[in-house]
Design a protein around this ligand. Structure first.
Ligand code: ZN
Length: 114
């Protein structure tokens, strides 16, 4: 389960931020996850419960912002959403594109603490 490693590194950032701000309790953590990031939200939540236990983030809400996968066509400059894969066909000009502009995000968007 690589979600555990992802969550461990996210949590070290969260806890470093909490220390820096002298926060005692982390209330909410928002992650931005791309449709093609290869992360299972359920596994992420489970990993979060494990790594947050006994820390100031224990009991915090883990929110996930989903980022759709979008591809840019170099031929006609169209941007279009895709469900998955590595090579995509432009719906406008039928050119093959592989220029994924978003969808692989895996980042900490926001931390709410007091
Ligand atoms: Zn095109």
């Amino acid at each position: 389960m690589h979600e555990l490693g992802i969550m461990e590194s996210a949590m070290s950032t969260v806890l470093a931020q909490a220390r820096e701000h002298g926060a005692r309790q982390v209330h909410r953590i928002v992650l931005r996850i791309g449709a093609l990031a290869g992360v299972e939200p359920q596994a992420l939540r489970f990993a979060f419960e494990i790594v947050s236990r006994g820390t100031p983030a224990d009991g915090a809400e883990l929110a996930v912002e989903n980022v759709p996968a979008r591809v840019h066509c170099a031929d006609c400059a169209a941007d279009f959403d895709v469900a998955g894969g590595f090579v995509f066909t432009c719906p406008r000009c039928r050119a093959l594109c592989a220029d994924l502009r978003q969808g692989r995000e895996l980042e900490l968007a926001r931390i709410e603490m007091t």
